[in-house]
Design a protein around this ligand. Structure first.
Ligand code: GTP
Ligand code: MG
Length: 205
């Protein structure tokens, strides 16, 4: 697993606190409680690298992880990072904080030069919510590559999962989103290898 050995770098409240903007970075985005931190843990092979929680809105920081292995094994050394973005859309987060993160995530997406792509985490049981549609539209507008993990697939049948995947792919076609999508489950470890390969492709973009 090339993503193994990921290490915590820092948790930032503002984009100015992020590591120097060089190398390659992939950001994990999604609504609150969608399963971003769990997906990060599954991909890196750590049980508790990113903090997961039953309480939505727990990750109210941008949490940065370094991938030192990719750096040492590459022909040309390159800093590679994964970023866990704060969950979006949780009602109990105070309005001021939601506003703050709307601004920070927006600025991060627009200005972060090392950002190579987005992994968007979507609960496979839910239809496309406003935050997800906005994120995908941003990717379409800027042609930033995006990979969608339709997660918590262990909660539904395989045919329902396939339906959700077809609907997401149709959304990509209809909206010119430069995206790929797959069925995923952090609990059942479904689609973990495929997702790792996608992250590697994004980092190398
Ligand atoms: P915030 O940081 O609060 O925005 O949430 P998050 O998107 O990081 O979600 P997190 O990974 O903390 O998971 C939220 C809840 O969903 C936890 O109770 C997890 O155990 C559960 N969960 C995450 N992934 C899966 C999955 O694949 N299957 C099932 N059944 N539960 C999952
Ligand atoms: Mg989280």
């Amino acid at each position: 697993n090339p993503l193994n050995g990921a290490t915590f770098v820092l948790a930032a409240h503002e984009i100015v606190q992020l590591p120097f903007d060089q190398g390659a970075e992939v950001a994990f985005a999604g609504r609150s409680n969608a399963g971003k931190s769990s997906a990060l843990n599954a991909l890196t092979g750590h049980n508790a690298l990113a903090r997961t929680s039953k309480t939505p809105g727990r990750t109210q920081l941008m949490v940065v992880f370094d991938l030192p292995r990719l750096k040492t094994e590459a022909a040309e050394p390159l800093d590679c990072r994964l970023v866990d973005l704060p969950g979006y859309g949780y009602a109990k987060v105070p309005e001021a904080m939601r506003k703050h993160w709307r601004g920070e995530i927006d600025a991060y997406l627009k200005m972060r030069r090392s950002l190579r792509g987005i992994v968007l985490i979507v609960d496979i049981r839910h239809e496309l919510k406003e935050f997800d549609a906005t994120m995908l539209q941003f990717c379409a507008d800027t042609q930033l590559p995006c990979h969608v993990l339709l997660t918590k697939a262990d909660k539904i049948s395989r045919s329902q999962a396939q339906k959700a995947l077809d609907a997401m792919r149709k959304h990509f076609r209809d909206n010119n989103v430069p995206g790929t999508a797959q069925v995923f489950s952090s609990s059942a470890k479904t689609g973990v290898e495929e997702a790792r390969a996608r992250v590697m492709v994004l980092l190398a973009t």
